[in-house]
Write a protein that binds this ligand. Structure first.
Ligand SMILES: [Fe+2]
Length: 247
């Protein structure tokens, strides 16, 4: 149950409400029609693999469902633009987590969910947006949403590019680890999970490397900046100036 507007609301009811809003957001462009549902599915898998319990997983899934709520402030022409964005259009685009924060901030009971949702473009390097938070201020749950968001976005078609292959996605994710954008261990888990099954259903296989012991301690170990790397991450890491996608 989650305290909501003076009443205790079941997570499934809150998720139902969130799903209404995510459809308003995603259905504005056919390119993003399945974006949020994809992010939610990957977040649920990652949360489970990191040892979060059912209630915590349901709560972070609600955050994932609301992560792009602020995109309602972005004109549809910008979302659908095939050519490069102008500086003004980028500014509006990069402002969307602030708008989401303002909207969800009207409901104090959603404080944590608001944070987890709207820090999804913050980076461990401190070079994210819109709040430019340092790693110690980015919650574990926000890092999960961020990884799921990037993973989903890269593999989807956009008006300015086709959805990326496994190889292209892997190359960009490695570059984003190298430049301090994303949590390395979470990217490794997501890659092993999604690349091995290519499914976003809750029934995907658990990576063998994620032993029960690892999962029990994952949240604690990942609470600060991690330097652990896996074989997948060491494979051909190179620097990149752009991750080939938009927010
Ligand atoms: Fe976003």
């Amino acid at each position: 149950m989650v305290a909501f507007c003076g009443a205790l609301v079941a997570e499934k009811d809150l998720m139902g409400l969130a799903s209404i809003f995510w459809r308003f957001v995603d259905f504005r462009s056919h390119f993003t029609a399945t974006h949020t549902s994809g992010v939610v599915a990957i977040v649920q898998q990652l949360a489970g693999l990191c040892g979060l319990d059912g209630a915590a997983t349901r709560k972070i899934a609600i955050a994932a469902a609301l992560h792009d709520l602020g995109k309602l402030s972005v004109p549809a022409e910008t979302l659908e633009k095939a050519g490069p964005l102008s500086s003004g259009e980028w500014e509006v685009m990069r402002h969307h987590p602030s708008c989401g924060c303002d909207v969800l901030g009207k409901i104090p009971a959603l404080g944590e969910i608001n944070t987890w949702a709207n820090f999804h473009h913050e980076k461990l390097s401190g070079k994210g947006y819109p709040f430019h938070l340092s790693a110690d201020r980015i919650p574990f749950e926000s890092r999960i949403v961020a990884v799921a968001d990037v993973f989903t976005a890269l593999t989807e078609d956009r008006p300015y590019r086709k959805g990326m292959s496994r190889e292209q996605t892997g190359e960009i994710l490695r570059a984003m680890i190298a430049d301090g954008s994303l949590e390395p261990e979470l990217v490794g888990i997501a890659a092993r999970c999604c690349f091995s099954s290519r499914t976003r259903s809750s029934g995907s296989r658990v990576p063998r490397s994620c032993t029960p012991g690892w999962r029990r301690t994952a949240k604690t170990r990942l609470s600060g900046r991690s330097s652990r790397s896996s074989g997948w991450m060491r494979n051909g890491t190179r620097k990149a100036s752009s991750n080939g996608t938009r927010p």
